[in-house]
Design a protein around this ligand. Structure first.
Ligand SMILES: Cc1ncc(COP(=O)(O)O)c(C=O)c1O
Length: 477
């Protein structure tokens, strides 16, 4: 491992002149540093071809498979996005059926759209105490699969954005009992199974297709990812075909060297780095247990390390308020804010200072809350915070996603949309789980609550604010 960067660097030091792409010709143009230009090449002699790997890229993919316990692995340069697109496209025939978590990333919905799939949903349970969605359980899968018709594949996200890990071992047994494949979008879990004390990854738990964003939780460059395949339920030629379709025909060697480099670091120093990570993280959680107002999702077997969920709702503050205080006063940039919590991410890339600064800031904010320094914006306005319940609505599906997204559409006032069919996605971001998917019937509760959220300036995607709140619906025939 680490071979690709070394080879690129050695090549940049030769006198071979590039009469080929990319157009920067390995020279500094503008302000990007020479080091990036030096290793940014295309598929020239000696560097293999990601779309038909035979030499170094084949070897690197085999090494990745060995590390994760997969039968076969593929380097991805278009993020987990293209891994999810390829996995669903390969596992489910065109026009087929997919059972998937409602909390799927948009790439899963896009795959369903492109392949004209009929989706049935698994709705995650809410962890009421923390106001976050839990992972899908084996019982939910078993119940859904007991119904006819049996889908062509099951698609889950684990860990979730908030770090909830599903029991993939049990789920794989249940799914395989129906003779169908299990796809796990493990975009947030590229570190799993790689060191002592971490939960197993989904390849080790028996999933057929597993997608990892290497860039999310390992020290790799943005967009770099992996797709792993196991067993014989997936036609590997089909999978390769879809990877050709969804991946760039000019894969970046900078990104690929970044994957190789991250995996080398984990292979060679992983035990030490992850042990240090776990010690620092647990120490931070212990110190934060002194907080009287803020609380933190505890680590358990189903909670991934590194996702610090700062629960603020009980302190009467929104997640966005804590997010803003951390950014503006302490210069700590978090991953995201939700109505009742915000999320800070830690990885092996963080040094001691990252833990110190976060701990000190949160302890200080907590003291300030006790002293009455921060007040709920809602309370200041004299309004009570409303519970988010739109996700529990399970809207009626009137048209398939593909039919509705491709149909003739119109924009109408939200207040007049009751009974109409959604023509576009409506998300409350974060968490980005769709409130409405194209093809679903809009209910009175949608219209009323979405208008409330917009008034509270929450980020509602799919409803415009121009000329009154307007939503896109399928045009009536
Ligand atoms: C659950 C999940 N799957 C897939 C993706 C897509 O990953 P990428 O950004 O690597 O394309 C994301 C991105 O945030 C995600 O949260």
């Amino acid at each position: 491992m680490g071979e690709l960067y070394r080879r690129l660097k050695a090549y940049s030091e030769t006198d071979e002149y590039p009469y080929h792409m990319p157009g920067h010709k390995r020279q500094v143009c503008g302000e990007l540093p020479q080091e990036i230009m030096n290793i940014d090449i295309t598929e020239i002699d000696g560097f293999d071809n990601l779309h038909a790997p035979e030499e170094i890229l084949l070897r690197l993919q085999e090494e990745a498979a060995r590390l994760y316990g997969a039968e076969e692995s593929f380097y991805l340069v278009n993020g987990s996005t293209c891994g999810v697109l390829a996995a669903i496209s390969a596992a489910v025939p065109k026009g087929g059926r997919l059972l998937m978590t409602r909390g799927g990333h948009k790439s899963a919905y896009h795959a369903a759209y492109l392949r004209n799939l009929t989706i049935s949903y698994l709705y995650p349970e809410m962890m009421q105490e923390y106001d976050i969605y839990d992972a899908i359980t084996p019982e939910q899968i078993a119940e859904a699969l007991a119904k006819e018709p049996v889908p062509d594949a099951v698609f889950l996200v684990s860990p979730t954005y908030e770090g909830r890990i599903a029991d993939i071992e049990k789920i794989a047994q249940i799914v395989h009992g129906k003779g169908i494949p299990l796809i796990v979008d493990e975009a947030h879990g590229a570190h799993l199974g790689l060191a002592e004390g971490l939960a197993k990854n989904s390849c080790q738990c028996g999933a057929d297709l597993v997608i990892h964003s290497v860039h999310k939780t390992l020290p790799a460059l943005t967009q770099s990812a992996l797709l792993h395949v196991n067993g014989n339920r997936i036609d590997r030629d089909r999978l390769r075909r879809f990877l050709h379709i969804y991946q760039s025909s000019s894969p970046s060697y900078v990104l690929m060297a970044g994957i190789d480099n991250a995996l080398q670091v984990v292979e060679e120093q992983g035990d030490y780095l992850f042990a240090k990570f776990q010690i620092n993280y647990l120490r931070m959680l212990t110190e934060l247990s002194e907080c009287r107002n803020l609380s933190f999702l505890p680590l358990d077997a189903r909670q991934d390390i590194g996702k610090l969920i700062i629960v603020s709702a009980k302190a009467g503050l929104s997640g966005q308020q804590i997010y803003d205080i951390l950014l503006k006063k302490y210069h700590l940039q978090l991953e995201m804010a939700a109505p009742g919590y915000c999320l800070a991410m830690f990885t092996i890339g963080d040094g001691e200072e990252a833990y110190r600064r976060m701990t000190d800031a949160l302890l200080a904010i907590d003291r300030d809350i006790t002293a009455g320094k921060w007040q709920s914006r809602q309370k200041q306005d004299g309004r009570e915070e409303e519970e988010i319940s739109l996700y529990q609505l399970h809207p009626e599906v009137r048209m398939s996603l593909a039919q509705a997204w491709d149909a003739e559409k119109e924009e109408i006032l939200l207040s007049q949309a009751v009974g109409r069919i959604a023509g576009d996605f409506v998300n409350l971001y974060p968490p980005g789980i769709p409130v409405l998917v194209p093809g679903e019937q809009i209910e009175e509760t949608h219209c009323r609550q979405l208008a409330e959220y917009l008034k509270e300036e929450l980020n509602v995607q799919g409803v415009t604010k121009d000329a009154g709140y307007r939503i896109t619906v399928v045009k009536n025939k």
